[in-house]
Design a protein around this ligand. Structure first.
Ligand SMILES: *Cc1c(COP(=O)(O)O)cnc(C)c1O
Length: 345
């Protein structure tokens, strides 16, 4: 292969930029288990302010952040209500069951659901048979549905319904900033309906690791212990947190470029006869497309694209995902779009 691969498997594949590496190298650090890492503390303050919450906590991964949310708001045997094909159910190796002992009920369509659907699904506490529903978890943007953005008004209704029925509410906002940039919304407004919110540093923002949880100070304080239980309490984590701060300072508005590049790929694929894709829902950096009649299976599309230097993931037997990010520019995405369209025919 003459040129380097165009890697669209995930927005987690980005390499820290030179400027980000410098910021990381120069970051003042301390022992975060004593609460003495000034860079971790700064990042936590920045995210709490950005999301309009009292306090925030850094976690080594979004996966751990999701486990912390479950362990803070549920008891073993509880039911967690989620949208279809939620990350917590599909992409976390069964961790919710293992770490928190919860069961998940998926509701709604295409990753989102309405407040009415939530209320209809809630099971009461203290019932002799039913598992109590104690937490609702929302994913915005929704990964497997194709980076889809929740309607902010429905988010508010879901949060209000959760409060009214005594459920805790959690927003897995690994890509919440993509949602905010796509619709021109204030991230704090999108976070407001929820008790707890996570955003990822290691996806669109381009940092090598980390997610930050933000919520009420007492919930965050309880999570410090849970994080240590899961082995996620680090020492001089400021080296990593500095990457997140740099991402917040320099890589948020440019998420719009990722969205435009995803659109280029989606629009090209929509013209390919073997592809089914809903362009109306393609608002952010994730292109999920389905293979129609006559098209090869996802694994074969992935293989063919790979032969031409474009890396994507098979999401299901007939479904493929491509994700745009900091390390792929418009020209690369135009080339990838052609390669993917060819691979589906
Ligand atoms: C990637 C992702 C996570 C997990 O983040 P990691 O840092 O990769 O562990 C959680 N939720 C959603 C919606 C994600 O897309």
């Amino acid at each position: 292969m003459a040129t380097a691969a165009i890697d669209l498997r995930s927005d987690t594949v980005t390499h820290p930029t030179d400027a980000m590496r410098r910021a990381m190298a120069q970051a003042p650090v301390g022992d975060d288990q004593f609460g003495e890492d000034p860079t971790v503390n700064l990042l936590q303050e920045r995210v709490a302010a950005l999301l309009g919450k009292e306090a925030a906590l850094w976690a080594p991964s979004g996966h751990m952040a999701n486990q912390l949310a479950l362990r803070t708001f549920t008891q073993p045997g509880d039911e967690v209500i989620v949208g279809r094909e939620t990350h917590a159910v599909w992409h976390e190796t069964g961790a919710g069951a293992a770490n928190a002992g919860v069961q998940f009920s998926e509701i709604g369509t295409d990753g989102t659901f309405t407040a009415d659907e939530l209320v209809a699904a809630i099971k009461p506490r203290g019932h002799v048979i039913l598992p109590p529903s104690t937490l609702v978890e929302v994913e915005n943007t929704h990964n497997r549905a194709g980076g889809t953005v929740w309607d902010p008004a429905e988010l508010a209704r879901v949060g209000a319904a959760a409060r009214e029925h005594g459920l805790a509410s959690y927003l897995d906002g690994a890509r919440l900033l993509n949602a905010a940039v796509a619709r021109g919304d204030d991230p704090a407004a999108l976070a407001a309906p929820f008790d707890l919110v996570t955003i990822a540093m290691s996806k669109g923002l381009g940092a090598p690791a980390g997610s930050v949880l933000a919520g009420r100070a007492d919930d965050i304080a309880r999570m410090v212990r849970q994080r240590r239980m899961l082995g996620g309490a680090l020492r001089q984590a400021g080296i990593l947190a500095a990457g997140g701060i740099h991402g917040l300072d320099h890589h948020v508005p440019r998420l719009a470029d990722d969205h435009a590049n995803a659109r280029i790929i989606g629009e090209r694929l929509a013209q390919a006869p073997g592809v089914r894709i809903d362009l109306g829902r393609l608002e952010t950096n994730i292109v999920v497309f389905h293979l129609g009649e006559g098209a090869p299976d996802a694994a074969e599309v992935v293989r063919r694209a790979g032969e031409h230097g474009v890396l994507v993931l098979a999401f299901a037997a007939r479904t493929v995902r491509a994700v745009t990010h900091l390390d792929v520019d418009r020209a690369a995405c135009e080339r990838a779009a052609d390669v993917l369209a060819d691979a589906t025919s």
